[in-house]
Design a binder for this molecule. Structure first.
Ligand code: FAD
Length: 317
């Protein structure tokens, strides 16, 4: 079933979460061990991230560095199929512009369609670590709205080869990313929202936000989106802080602020066990306020570990 139909049919706020494919070499059991406890809260869909190739440098015996392109977390599509099979939930694979030609995208969407997957989250992706800004694949997309247009086109039976006969239509519900604290490359939040509207007009059914720790930022973002004419559901993304290191890693990686009150509580903690508790309590308070606001879905970023998400969800669902 499509995410947008889950949202439209729901009588109360839904619980969902995002998982990462395991590092190459790890077993899928690792994923199941994390998901099993969370199934108690009946997530109707689960997002699975996509990780593009990375350029690493391997030191040779001679001391020289050899560049090597590696994919550290393959398996997004395989995990989606496994989730459908094991848990009977709707998987939402993330699909990127980065590293894909339009042809690659079309073929990936055909695979998803054949598997019976009806949802995708369409993203541009970040630049490779060796690049200072995003460089699209030759013959690929520059921005997520172009990817949304291609997916929407396939939903209407448009393929790259116009001469194909008996073309079937795909049936994807498309989600896109939104940034309550602005995407780091955007010239302003208003311009970012303008481009977000472009993604919705191209065919996106709903928006999932970047993680945030201050609900005021989300409320303000929703208000600005509505003023700009964006009417679709805006799903808030929540991540419980789990380590002291997160105080520096999260702002650096996700370009979001951590409220002073939360940062000071984390700094006071003796160890990361105490930090996890502070993170869980903060996420519970955030979630309660968002539930009161009437959000359609509470979406949690598990980043490979689910015990803290479980502790948040058991207070709310
Ligand atoms: P876009 O919507 O294309 O926007 C990128 C930038 O370009 C923004 O600054 C925007 O303002 C600007 N822009 C957009 N359109 C135009 C235009 N027409 N002209 C000029 N400027 C424009 N990354 C992964 O690699 N894998 C994942 O699985 C993944 N999952 C994510 C899930 C969520 C919920 C979120 C919020 C992010 C996720 N990301 C993931 C990160 C994402 O790929 C990056 O944030 C990326 O830098 C931007 O992607 P986007 O789809 O928002 O890009």
């Amino acid at each position: 079933m499509k995410v947008i139909d889950h949202i439209n049919n729901a009588k109360k706020t839904l619980f969902t979460f995002e998982i990462l494919p395991p590092l190459k070499g790890q077993n899928i059991q690792h994923i199941y061990n994390n998901i099993d406890p969370l199934m108690e809260f009946k997530p109707p869909f689960i997002n699975v991230t996509y990780h593009r190739e990375e350029l690493i440098y391997k030191r040779l015996e001679s001391g020289l560095l050899e560049p090597k392109v590696v994919k550290k977390r393959p398996g997004t599509v395989g995990i989606c199929a496994a989730l459908m099979n094991k848990y009977h939930v709707d998987p939402v694979p993330h699909i990127l512009c980065g590293g894909f030609t339009k042809e690659d995208t079309e073929n990936a969407l055909i695979d998803l369609d054949f598997l019976g997957i009806e949802n995708v989250l369409a993203l541009r992706g970040d630049s490779m670590k060796n690049e200072t800004y995003f460089v699209p694949e030759k013959g690929g997309h520059n921005f997520a709205h172009e990817l949304v247009s291609q997916i929407q086109g396939m939903n209407e039976g448009e393929y790259l080869d116009e001469e194909l006969q008996n073309k079937s239509q795909t049936n994807f519900s498309i989600g896109v990313a939104g940034y309550p604290e602005k995407h780091f490359e955007a010239t302003s939040l208003n311009m970012d929202i303008r481009y977000l509207k472009e993604k919705v007009e191209a065919g996106a059914d709903y928006i999932v936000t970047q993680l945030f720790f201050d609900n005021k930022k989300y409320f303000e973002f929703v208000k600005k989106c509505r003023e700009a004419g964006i009417t679709c559901p805006i799903i808030p993304g929540i991540k419980p802080i789990a380590t002291k290191k997160h105080l520096t890693v999260i702002p650096h990686q996700f370009f979001v602020d951590i409220p002073d009150e939360l940062a000071l509580e984390v700094i006071k903690c003796k160890d990361n066990k105490a930090v996890r508790q502070v993170g869980v309590e903060w996420a519970i308070q955030q979630s309660k306020e968002l539930l009161d606001f009437g959000v359609p879905v509470l979406h949690y970023y598990s980043m490979g570990k689910s015990d803290n998400i479980y502790n948040v969800a058991k207070e709310l669902f």
